[in-house]
Design a protein around this ligand. Structure first.
Ligand code: NDP
Length: 400
């Protein structure tokens, strides 16, 4: 069918690339381009001979629009799948505009120096993408991504009106380290050390970091403490789900993770303010990233399961209704299949699916869209086919 340029070659990209190579009918040719070309070459070597997909590699600085434009003009992809970091979203969107190439990502733009992620910067590209006749698909990971598609599916098939959504993200995995993060440590720590917030009655309610705690008994995992966080899909779902009254996002954390994080915060290691160290300016959080385990190395050691989903409450035919859609994913099964743990897997699979639906025209519409703005059915079918089967319940335990 076509060609995809994949930018980034970290934990999430590695899974998406494995999945593209399993789906060679759609991804006939891919180019893996990242800052460190040796990682792209190593992955190409691992996959070649196992797939019909033709793989090439390139070095690219995704902060540099001209560099990106030159690469796109040379490779001529149908879509660009951005699996670098949120800091690169806008430069990659600029390069897609200049070359009239469709764009897909998994995380919204965040300026490197403010630790505040929101959609306004990317939504500001709407008219330019419309005029160029190209599609930007934002947030095609798990959360955002699958959780947003779950919401669109629930609205289409189960409800006349959804009033409450609780998104529950549980990682019951154990990697055996006292402290490590399951995806990019810098992005992860910025997210969890920020203030929490949820959407209620048309506005944001802000909380202190980790202020709201609940316990939930997750199928496949068991009882876990979970904490309310700000999360990016709340912003777009608040606009795209009519009649919504409240959206909350909870993520599970173990006591050891929280104790380590508190200590690192207290000593200043999670700060993004530059400091001078032996005559050189360094950012404490970036230094911390350098000493923490690489998330890509957690695969072989992580055991247990993730369980991520959404509990919906609303109305159907005038009656109150509750509905829970979720996926359970096993870390070791993922490792056996693609050499990664489940957090990378649950993000990389939907990234491939989003790229596939844009490439084959199913989800093409000139402009900038979040995943819940498209028909959820083809995405839901693809989740079952490509390794993230979903489950449903009409009688879940609710979160108070
Ligand atoms: P990693 O740090 O493992 O990978 C990032 C990759 O991007 C690395 O290969 C890195 O290169 C490359 N990169 C970084 N900066 C540049 C640059 N300027 N030019 C070219 N390449 C660059 O991160 P993850 O794989 O864990 O995460 C990838 C993305 O997925 C992030 O945006 C993250 O927020 C998002 N994510 C989304 C989730 C969801 O559910 N929606 C869940 C988890 C993650 P190098 O190898 O040289 O460092």
């Amino acid at each position: 069918m076509g060609k995809a340029l994949i930018i980034g070659c970290g934990g999430v990209a590695s899974v998406a690339i494995h999945k593209c190579c399993q789906n060679s009918e759609v991804f006939e040719e891919i180019c893996i381009a990242s800052r460190t070309k040796s990682k792209c070459d190593a992955l190409k070597e691992k996959l070649e001979g196992t797939t019909k997909t033709k793989i090439s590699t390139a070095k690219v600085d995704a902060d540099n629009v001209d560099d990106l434009i030159a690469l796109i003009n040379e490779f001529k992809p149908d879509v660009v799948l951005n699996l670098a970091l949120p800091y690169q979203d806008l430069t990659i969107m600029d390069a897609c505009l200049a070359t009239k190439t469709h764009y897909i990502d998994t995380a919204n733009y965040e300026p490197e120096d403010t630790a505040k992620f929101e959609y306004k910067w990317q939504w500001a590209y709407r008219e330019r993408f419309e005029q160029a006749g190209i599609t930007a698909l934002l947030g095609s990971g798990f959360d955002p991504g699958v959780t947003s598609v779950f919401s669109a599916y629930a609205l289409k098939h189960e409800f006349d009106e959804i009033n409450y959504i609780d998104i529950l993200d549980c990682n019951g995995g154990d990697h055996g380290y006292p402290f490590a993060t399951n995806f990019n440590p810098e992005i992860n720590i910025r997210e969890v050390s920020a203030k929490g917030s949820y959407w209620e009655d048309g506005h944001w309610v802000e909380t202190e970091p980790m202020e709201i705690k609940r316990e939930y008994d997750f199928e496949g995992v068991g009882k876990k403490d979970m904490y309310l966080l700000h999360h990016e899909e709340i912003e777009s779902l608040a606009l795209n789900i009519p009649g919504i009254k409240r959206i909350r996002f909870f993520m599970t954390f173990g006591q050891s993770y929280l104790t380590h994080l508190k200590c690192l915060e207290n000593v200043g290691m999670t700060s993004i303010e530059p400091i001078m160290y032996e005559g050189k300016e360094i950012i404490p959080l970036q230094f911390l990233k350098a000493v923490l385990p690489d998330p890509a190395s957690l695969g072989p050691r992580t055991v247990g399961k993730t369980n991520i989903g959404c509990i919906f409450r609303g109305k159907k035919d005038g009656k109150d209704k509750t509905y829970y859609l979720y996926n359970i994913c096993d870390h070791q099964e993922c490792y056996k299949e693609v050499g990664s743990q489940a957090v990378s897997y649950t993000t990389g699979v939907p990234a491939m699916i989003g790229a596939m639906l844009v490439m084959n025209g199913t989800w093409q519409k000139p402009g900038v869209y979040n995943v819940e703005e498209f028909d959820p059915d083809p995405f839901m079918d693809a989740l079952n086919k490509w390794g993230l089967p979903w489950k449903e319940s009409y009688n879940p335990v609710l979160v108070d």
